[in-house]
Design a protein around this ligand. Structure first.
Ligand code: GDP
Ligand code: MG
Length: 609
């Protein structure tokens, strides 16, 4: 295929609008898979279970003498970084909108991602077979928001296959051919990579110049390493070896890269004989930073080593997670893991248990805070490595308040699409979450687009669940990072009979402390069994002992001495022995905090999300 006969395109859509279904139909129509095989591109088990696409996959399709490369994109807010990467390869996208739901928050986010990259956008209205389909109103939204004319919009049913062929024709007609020069030395960009246990790092590439074959010697620009190419091929969507991948094409490449870090997205690969000075490198694709952190521990401390391996392997395929070792008195050795968002965290946990059969405890997520240290040389030097601004992730390293000028918390911009009548409810929720109101505009006669600036800490807990509940699922949302804001932070300390239990300590904005204190204390009351004596649980701020929230667990009413007295005869002794041995076994599962026994499960249940 010459570049004029190639089209590189992607599909973007709000979750559930039919991206995977349409991809399946396109694959069938082009003979890449037999009809009826479902969700070819959603390879991961979590993706199938949750119906979301996590990792972008690609497929090369042949249609009427053209080569159409479908670059699949993930469909959830936490993975917008992956959408961006995929778009770096596309010359056009299908913007899919379900006719019964209309434009949603992620439709808008995806539109702007593509628009900013100057990519041809083809609006496609899907699910027109549904009784609730309202094509006219979706066309109005597409016109109002993005200035698409109704003639540009395709009307399809990805489920039944109606008009899907027209989608292929539109791709051929409207998406420009890739700019590519076959008669130049090899140059390509890595747009995705993953780790295969047998072959090592596999790089997905788009070739811009020249071609690449097995046996070629190539170099990387950013990492500046040399490699021998051991295999090249294309995705159909499974990997198929071929003799060469040429300019304009999308394919994969295997060379002796040891980790996916070497196959970093945005990396430029070029022919080894080209002098590096003359190579034009691709713009570095911004690495995405984690926004949400959570402790990860094995359920059984003995499983630490095997879990470590599983975490390492999973991380090879997910360069956006960060891992630092962590240790807890109650939970043993573990890690503190950084995620792109709460969904990313859940998906990571699910993959660990599904793909690596590991039972893990993922603790309540927290966000990164920062502190500006007072402009005092000796304080900075003595306690903060001379730094002006420090990151705060760990409650045990919470700075002295007297050292701090101000604290900062990360903010996000949240975009929501809601029915008109729900504006009050949604605004109420957002202001409860310490938000700052942004623009409100109507996208058609019945729905509004509402913007708010919210602290990430509020969003990370259960904002989206609450929003969905309050709006009976009629609100859609999307968010992006939006800088930092000064805030007052406190350390919430849990005291059990006057002794701090550091596992439960947390850093959080002062405004959230009272609610969190209450929840923690309630959960602890539920989890800690009665002891021989009274137990007082208090949640306090910092080193103060004044309780924000407090609860008392009454002592056991009947102890075993009473049992002994009353029930000596009639098998009582036997029962008592049984009970005592049961209690002894139970003790091994208990952690002693001072003289109080706390079941290990309590730590899990209290810290669990
Ligand atoms: P994705 O999240 O965008 O990948 O959406 P999916 O392709 O997984 O589709 C979500 C749901 O909508 C599935 O239950 C599909 O069967 C259904 N669906 C997709 N396209 C159509 C369509 O054209 N008509 C109808 N009635 N249902 C569809
Ligand atoms: Mg999908």
């Amino acid at each position: 295929f010459t570049p004029e006969k190639i089209r590189n395109f992607g599909i973007v859509a709000h979750v559930d609008h039919g991206k995977s279904t349409l991809a399946d139909r396109l694959l069938e129509l082009c003979g890449a898979v037999p009809p009826g095989q479902q969700q070819m591109l959603d390879k991961l088990q979590v993706e199938r279970e949750r119906g979301i696409t996590v990792k972008a996959q690609t497929a090369a399709l042949k249609y009427q003498g053209y080569l159409l490369n479908l670059i699949d994109t993930p469909g959830h807010v936490d993975f917008s970084a992956e959408v961006s990467r995929s778009l770096a390869v596309c010359d056009g996208i299908l913007l899919l909108v379900a006719a019964n739901q209309g434009v949603q928050a992620q439709t808008i986010a995806n539109f702007w991602l593509a628009f900013e990259k100057n990519i041809q956008i083809i609006p496609v209205i899907n699910k027109i077979d549904l009784p609730g389909a309202d094509i006219k109103s979706v066309e109005t939204q597409l016109k109002n928001l993005f200035e698409f004319n109704s003639e540009e919009c395709l009307h399809i049913s990805a489920k039944s296959g109606l008009n899907v062929e027209k989608v292929l024709d539109a791709i051929v007609e409207r998406v420009p051919a890739p700019t590519a020069n076959v008669n130049a030395p090899f140059r390509a960009m890595i747009f995705d990579s993953y780790f295969d246990h047998f072959r090592g790092a596999i790089a997905h590439i788009v070739v811009k110049e020249g071609s690449v074959r097995k046996g070629d010697k190539i170099r990387s620009y950013q990492n500046d390493k040399s490699y021998d190419v051991t295999e090249v091929g294309v995705m159909r969507p499974e990997m198929v070896k071929c003799t060469e991948v040429r300019a304009g094409q999308v394919g994969y490449l295997v060379c002796n890269m040891r980790t996916v870090k070497e196959a970093v997205v945005g990396e430029t690969l070029f022919a080894a004989e080209t002098p590096k000075e003359s190579v034009q490198s691709f713009a570095e694709i911004k690495g995405v930073k984690p926004t949400v952190y959570a402790g990860l521990f094995p359920v059984e401390t003995a499983d630490y080593e095997s879990l470590k391996q599983a975490v390492e392997r999973l991380c090879l395929n997910d360069p956006s997670v960060t891992v630092t070792p962590d240790a807890s008195k109650a939970l043993g050795l573990g890690w503190r893991i950084g995620f792109l968002g709460v969904l990313h965290m859940e998906v990571f946990g699910a993959r660990l248990s599904q793909e690596y059969d590991a039972s893990v405890i993922l603790c309540q997520p927290s966000v990164e805070y920062r502190a500006k240290i007072k402009d005092n040389e000796s304080i900075r030097k003595k306690r903060y490595d001379g730094m002006e601004e420090v990151r705060i992730l760990d409650p045990s390293k919470f700075p002295e308040e007297s050292d701090v000028d101000s604290f900062l918390e990360p903010m996000v911009k949240v975009r929501m699409i809601v029915p008109n009548e729900m504006m009050g409810t949604v605004n109420g929720l957002c202001s409860e979450c310490r938000g700052e109101r942004g623009e409100i505009s109507s996208i058609d006669t019945s729905r509004l687009m509402i913007l708010w600036r919210l602290p990430l800490a509020e969003v990370a807990v259960d904002f989206f669940e609450r929003l969905k509940k309050l709006t009976s699922g009629y609100a859609s949302f999307d968010y992006e990072p939006d800088g930092w804001q000064e805030t007052r932070l406190v350390k919430l300390t849990i005291l059990i009979n006057g002794k701090e239990v550091s596992e439960f300590s947390q850093i959080l904005p002062a405004a959230m402390a009272r609610d969190r204190a209450k929840t923690l204390v309630q959960r602890l009351k539920r989890e800690i069994p009665r002891q021989q004596f009274e137990v007082t649980i208090k949640a306090c701020i910092g080193s103060s002992t004044k309780a924000l929230s407090q609860i008392v667990i009454q002592p056991m009413k009947r102890d075993f001495s009473q049992l002994l007295k009353g029930n000596f005869g009639g098998g009582g002794m036997e029962r008592l022995n049984k009970k005592l041995s049961h209690q002894k076994k139970g003790k091994e599962r208990m952690k002693m905090v001072g003289n109080i026994q706390i079941p290990k499960e309590a730590f899990l249940n209290v810290l669990k999300n």
